[in-house]
Write a protein that binds this ligand. Structure first.
Ligand code: SF4
Length: 382
């Protein structure tokens, strides 16, 4: 055994033993350089930092006290500055929802969509600096993919997105790009995600599931496929690029009529087997939009569809799933170690959580702090 190890160690040095090295002294180097001209500098001018011609102003105290990022953070979170532009009573295809056969609400809460539609002022765009950077990087990634598609001959409108308006439901939105393939009109949506989120999209988590776009992206695409089917739109592409690692995934989505008469999405990663997503039907999505429209027209706030905290039963389910992933998640940890109910992620990420829970005694300053902290740390909601 020892002999074998010795041989292995020796073999590591074989290459070095074989090398023929010319050893050269400093004196010899100086001798070689003697009489040769000095290397020509690439840039000419005074040596050192040249600030001549630069208008040097004095930094505001923000920068002096908090540093560049501290000052930036302050600007980003100053709510009146960064806001989503919203049109009153407009419903967006990006906030779809459906009811699964077991009663679970897929996608957005009706109440959250109602708050956005009824808002007579724009919503704060970012609660935290981290959220701002995630949005900004996501926008950059999406713009780059769309620019490359244009180079490949894909139709990309000059202004961002093809405007979409569905008067029956008051839905308005935009489609990123479109192209024609073998006579079939195809539409494309580009989404940014994160490496942390990619295993869910690719179906590695939960184990045994299949690759599928995020529910809200899938439902949004289903709406477009449904409404523009008579204009020859038969296929949609949803392209994901990770804004942190550059990894990507692309899905092809079609609408199919199932035996129960409802229309569902058939999804496939490019080049892979397709699956029909059973839990979501276009009929249910449309029903929910019609319901929302009713609440909007009556000026009536819908009841909450989610609760701020996971129930005990939901926590048990989650822990079981987490155990299967062999990961000690934050939620499982909070529940197991402290027996503390964890905040429900959809409410944590909801822009309207303050308004929705303002009269609920459980919405304490501690809970608000926990929400802010979660949003700052976890950045894969886009
Ligand atoms: S906080 Fe939760 S229940 Fe309230 S509107 Fe948002 S998602 Fe719905």
């Amino acid at each position: 055994m020892e002999e074998r190890v010795d041989k292995e160690i020796q073999s590591m040095f074989d290459d070095i033993d074989d090398m023929v090295v010319d050893v050269i002294s400093y004196e010899e180097i100086e001798e070689l350089a003697r009489g040769k001209p000095d290397p020509t500098p690439i840039v000419t001018g005074p040596s050192g930092l040249d600030l001549s011609g630069v208008v040097v102003g004095s930094a505001k105290p923000d920068i002096l006290n908090e540093g560049l990022l501290g000052a930036s953070r302050r600007i980003i979170t100053r709510k009146p500055v960064f806001r989503y532009p919203v049109r009153e009573r407009t419903v967006y295809p990006s906030s779809p929802s459906a009811v699964a056969p077991d009663g679970e609400i897929k996608g957005s809460c009706l109440r959250a969509a109602w708050y956005t539609a009824m808002s007579d002022r724009s919503q704060p765009r970012n609660r935290t600096a981290a959220g701002f950077w995630v949005t900004y990087l996501g926008d950059c990634v999406e713009a780059a993919v769309i620019a490359h598609a244009r180079e490949l001959g894909v139709v990309v409108p000059d202004s961002p997105g093809f405007p979409v308006y569905i008067p029956e439901l008051g839905i308005s939105g935009k489609i990123d790009l479109a192209f024609v393939d073998n006579g079939e009109v195809c539409i494309g949506e580009v989404k940014s995600t994160s490496q942390k989120n990619l295993p869910f999209i690719l179906g590695y988590i939960p184990r045994g599931s299949y690759p599928c776009p995020q529910e809200k992206h899938l439902m949004q695409t289903m709406i477009y496929l449904w409404y523009f089917r008579e204009q020859g739109v038969g296929r949609a592409h949803i392209a994901y690029v990770c804004r942190d690692t550059g990894a990507d995934a692309e899905f092809i989505v079609r609408l199919v009529k199932c035996d129960d008469g409802n229309h569902r999405a058939s999804v496939a990663l490019i080049g892979r087997q397709s699956h029909v997503v059973q839990d979501i039907t276009i009929e249910s999505i449309m029903e929910r939009y019609a319901l929302l429209r009713g609440y909007i027209d009556r000026n009536e706030c819908p009841p909450r569809e989610f609760d701020l905290f996971y129930t005990e039963e939901e926590m048990d389910d989650l822990i079981n799933v987490k155990k299967k992933w062999r990961k000690n998640s934050k939620i499982a940890k909070a529940w197991i170690e402290r027996r503390k109910p964890a905040l429900y992620y959809k409410c944590v990420w909801c822009n309207n959580v303050d308004e929705c829970y303002k009269n609920d005694e459980r919405f304490t300053p501690d809970v608000m702090r926990e929400i802010e902290a979660t949003i700052s740390r976890e950045d894969d909601r886009k």
